[in-house]
Write a protein that binds this ligand. Structure first.
Ligand code: ZN
Length: 83
């Protein structure tokens, strides 16, 4: 009888880093994701990289939201001036 969990292939740091952005964006699925997660469990270097990119991404999206609301406010102000 075969076990449910298939053997996860070890990937290199280079291969892992190629998948990091897809992983953070939640685009990585199935085997590719399992392989990356396995790599992150065993490789501190890539784990730190993922943490760093996650932090960067959350900061950037925060900035984007702030920029968007700023634009929206300006638009509203411009709109109000017309009345
Ligand atoms: Zn690595």
């Amino acid at each position: 009888m075969k076990t449910e969990k298939k053997h996860i292939k070890s990937i290199s740091c280079e291969e892992a880093l190629k998948r990091v952005f897809d992983y953070i964006d939640e685009h990585l699925r199935g085997k590719s994701r399992a392989e990356l997660e396995h790599h992150l469990e065993t490789c501190r270097h890539c784990f730190d990289r993922v943490e760093f990119e996650k932090l960067l991404k959350s900061r950037l999206s925060k900035l984007k939201v702030e920029a968007q609301s700023e634009t929206l406010r300006k638009r509203l102000d411009a709109l109000l001036e017309q009345f």
